[in-house]
Design a protein around this ligand. Structure first.
Ligand code: GDP
Ligand code: MG
Length: 163
C-alpha cells in the first residue's frame, strides 16, 4: 500500500493549494480505498519515483476558525490514525496563531513523523518570515509556496526519503 501523507492546519493557511501542487490534479481522487475515510480529499502523488497518497484533511469540512477550534483534536486524531507522515501547514504571511500552537503540541504528543511547512513564502526575500516559527519549537521549518512552487521540491525530497 502506498504511504499516506495527511496535510493538516487551520483554515486558509494553504492546505488545498499545496495539495493541488503536490498531486497536480483536482480529479485524481481515490474513492474506494479500504481503510481510508471517505469524506476527505485523496490525491495520488509521485516524487523521485516514490508514489504516495495525499490527504487534504479538514480544510474543506471545516472552513472557519471557530469550527476549527472544536474540531482540532478530531482532525489530528484522524490524520494520525491513518497517516504515515503528517504535514502541518503554517501561514508564513499571516504568522502564528494560538491554534497553531495547540496543533503543534498535539502533534508532538501523537505523531512521530511530522513535517512543518511554512507556506506563502513565495520567494527568497520572504524567507525572513520563517524565523518567527522557530518559537514553536520546530527544528526544521520548510519554507514553501504552494501557489508558486518555491521550496516545494526540497520539501518533497525529504518527505519521500522518510518513507
Ligand atoms: P486552506 O484553507 O488551508 O485549504 O487554504 P487554501 O489553499 O484554500 O488557500 C487559502 C488562501 O491562501 C487562498 O487565497 C490562496 O490563494 C492563498 N495561498 C495559498 N498558498 C499560497 C502561497 O503559496 N502564497 C500566497 N501568496 N498565497 C497562497
Ligand atoms: Mg482547503
Amino acid at each position: 500500500m502506498k504511504p499516506i501523507v495527511a496535510i493538516i492546519g487551520r483554515p486558509n493557511v494553504g492546505k488545498s493549494t499545496l495539495f493541488n501542487r503536490i498531486t497536480r490534479s483536482r480529479t485524481a481522487l481515490v474513492d474506494n480505498m479500504p481503510g481510508v475515510t471517505r469524506d476527505r480529499h485523496y490525491g495520488e502523488a509521485l516524487w523521485n519515483d516514490a508514489p504516495f497518497l495525499v490527504v487534504d484533511t479538514g480544510g474543506y469540512l471545516i472552513d472557519d476558525e471557530d469550527a476549527f477550534a472544536g474540531a482540532i483534536r478530531d482532525q489530528v486524531t484522524q490524520a494520525v490514525a491513518e497517516a504515515d507522515a503528517v504535514v502541518m501547514v503554517l501561514d508564513g504571511k499571516g504568522g502564528i496563531s494560538p491554534y497553531d500552537r495547540d496543533l503543534v503540541t498535539i502533534l508532538r504528543e501523537s505523531h512521530p513523523k511530522v513535517f512543518y511547512v511554512v507556506n506563502k513564502i513565495d520567494g527568497e526575500r520572504q524567507e525572513e518570515n520563517l524565523y518567527d516559527f522557530y518559537s514553536l519549537g520546530i527544528e526544521h521549518p520548510y519554507p514553501v509556496s504552494g501557489e508558486h512552487g518555491y521550496g516545494v521540491p526540497d520539501f518533497l525530497d525529504d518527505l519521500v526519503a522518510s518513507f
